[in-house]
Structures are given as C-alpha cells and as structure tokens.
Ligand binder design. Structure first.
Ligand code: KG4
Ligand code: ZN
Length: 339
C-alpha cells in the first residue's frame, strides 16, 4: 500500500510516498532554512506563508518522483501536532482536501511518532527488527524526550527536557559563537577534530531521565565572555577559541544525552535504542550512543533525522493498519502529547 505523507509543522514543507510503511518511493523537502536564517530562528508567520506557497508543488513533486498518481495512493497521512499552529494548518488542510476529493482515508500523525518511524525506513527488513520494548530518544529543535515504546503506537514518556530542547541549545550556542543558523550542523563542523582544554558543566538531574540545557547555555556564555569571544571583538573572535568552545559545548550535550539513553535501555531491559529528530544527525552523538549500549542502535540516515514526509507516511501506515482514521474535522494540535 502506498501512503502519501505530508509534513509542515515547522520550517520544512515536505511530502513523500512510502510503500507499506518502509520503502521510500519519493521524498521531497522544501526547506525554509535560508529564509529564517537572517532572523536567527523560525518566524511562525513567515513559515506559514512559505508552506502555503510550497505545499502543492511539493506534493506534486513527491507523486511525480514516485511515478504514481493519486489513483495509486491508499491513504493520506499528515502531521497534525505538535508544532506551529499556522504551519500545521497548511499541511492538514491540503491533506483534508486530497482525502475529500479522492475519498481516501485521512490519518493524523504525531510529529514525534513520525521521527520515531524514520528508523523503520532505514532498517527496512522486518527480519532484523530487534523487537519491543524499545527506548526512543527524540532530540530535535523543540524536544528532547526519552520514550519507552512497548509496541506500535504504545508509548510511555520516561523523561524530557525541563527547559531548552537540545536542538534549541545547539542553535543558541551557535548564535552566541557567531556561527549562524541552524546551529547543530555548524557547531558539529566547527568542533570537528578539536579536543577542548576545558569542560563545560553537565546537568545530570540524577534519579530522573529528564534533561536540562539552560545551565550549559549560561556556562557557555560566561566562558565565551572570559575568553573574549562574546561579545564578538572587532575583527572577529579567534577561530581556534571558538572551535574549543563549540567542542566543549557539544561534548557536554552528547555526554548527557547518550548516558541517559543508555541508562533508560538498562532500566527497561530494552531490545534496542532508536534515535530520531534533527539532533540525532549529530555524528559524535550517534557514535556515543553506539559505544554506550550493547543492544542494536537504530539511527536514520542524517537526511531522515530532520523533518521529512517519509517518516509521517511510515508512522501513518502503522496507524492505518491498526484502524486509525480521522474525519474531515481533524484540527491541528500545536501542543499534542505523545503519551
Ligand atoms: O527535527 P528537526 O528537523 O525539527 C524539529 O522538529 O525541531 O530538528 C531541528 C534541530 C535544529 O535545532 C538543528 O540545530 C538540529 O536539529 N540539528 C543538529 C544537527 N543537525 C540538525 N544538532 C546537532 N548536530 C547536528 N548535526
Ligand atoms: Zn521534527
């Protein structure tokens, strides 16, 4: 069965056609990164209007790339939350229109369930599935969650960030260091191969699986001030010092996230660890998770870690075969909880 997946919760307008929840036939993404870069973050109003311009071409592109027409599609899956209300509305309304016009089942998908299912696309051979329970780590621009997944659609939230999300922390760190937006990729590149001569603090929040990154942000600010990187001096900051700061920051985030994910795996006797969300594109984080657990670690290719339509189609497929179907009164849910 072919599912059309649509995603518009933040700053990516995306659509994809996926077969049986695992085989990607096409994946089209129109990124607004360049548009928001000059503001140093996503501007909701600008995002909504850009989705409006891009949604039809992106859907048409996904169908064309998959060499299918709407006649071949079995259901339409769409992100209905969490995310920016105005942005979500564009995707949800497009999905409703298609479902109505073609008499297709409509499946609303939770954005984080989508990030979880990106791993199913990467490891698409059912024979190699590790089985349940799984620990799912979603680290993105808006979330840093540890989730116990007992089966398809069966989630328990074990821990979450108490302040900033890890992706948000990367974005703020990059801004402070004058590296640009989005922060994750540029911090990783800047830190590559650098061993810092100092450490930044880690918030362990012992006895919980929660995270906190706002103290680290403040510590980075103070260190950047001490080292003359912030505010940026005339002529620019010393690139070697900036690289050390970026490396120390990344080390701290990676250490805490990978240690807590490994702890969750142990506590719940999980058969595997799944990573998802933009931050799981981070090379050192991927390596640290693999080093710290002795069960299979399932991580999507970096391109499937950030927002895309394939992950929504995959999650939508597993919802659809379990009988989930939404009416044309489906509303957006900007603060939708997964569990
Ligand atoms: O999942 P995503 O595309 O959108 C949300 O749902 O939020 O995640 C975007 C976040 C941004 O904060 C970005 O800085 C971060 O993912 N990110 C990374 C990397 N690539 C993207 N963070 C660390 N390392 C990376 N390589
Ligand atoms: Zn996302």
């Amino acid at each position: 069965m072919f599912i059309l997946g649509i995603e518009s919760s933040c700053d990516e307008t995306a659509a994809a056609v996926v077969e049986d929840g695992r085989r990607v036939l096409s994946d089209t993404v129109s990124s607004q990164v360049a548009l928001h870069a000059r503001y140093g973050g996503v501007v909701p109003e600008v995002a909504s209007r850009q989705h409006l311009l891009q949604i039809i071409p992106v859907i048409e592109g996904a169908l064309a790339e998959a060499e299918v027409t709407l006649n071949d599609i079995g259901a339409v899956a769409v992100t209905y939350g969490p995310g920016l209300a105005g942005a979500l509305m564009v995707g949800v309304n497009a999905a409703k229109a298609l479902a109505f016009a073609r008499g297709l089942p409509l499946v609303g998908v939770h954005h984080l369930e989508g990030h979880t299912y990106a791993a199913w696309l990467e490891y698409d051979d059912p024979a190699t599935d590790p089985g349940f329970p799984l620990i799912v780590l979603i680290a993105s621009g808006a979330h840093t969650d540890l989730i116990l997944m007992r089966g398809h659609g069966d989630y328990e939230l074990l821990g979450r960030t108490r302040d900033d999300a890890s992706g948000e922390a990367f974005d703020k760190a990059a801004r402070l260091l004058g590296l640009g937006f989005p922060g994750g990729p540029v911090v990783q590149r800047t830190a590559d191969g650098v061993t810092p001569s100092f450490q930044l603090p880690r918030a362990w929040l012992r006895g919980t699986l929660d995270f906190s990154f706002s103290g680290l942000k403040t510590a980075l600010l103070h260190k950047a001030q001490d080292l003359g990187v912030y505010p940026a001096p005339e002529g620019g900051a010393d690139p070697d010092v900036v690289a050390e700061l970026a490396a120390a920051f990344q080390e701290s985030v990676v250490d805490v996230i990978s240690a807590k994910a490994a702890e969750a795996v142990r506590l719940h006797d999980a058969k595997g660890l799944v990573l998802g969300g933009g931050v799981s594109a981070n090379g050192p984080l991927r390596q640290a998770c693999r080093d710290r657990v002795d069960v299979p670690v399932l991580i999507p290719a970096p391109r499937l870690c950030t927002d895309n339509g394939s992950m929504i189609a995959a999650a939508g497929y597993y919802r659809h075969i379990r009988g989930t179907s939404h009416g044309l009164d489906l509303d957006v849910a900007p603060s939708l909880a997964l569990a």
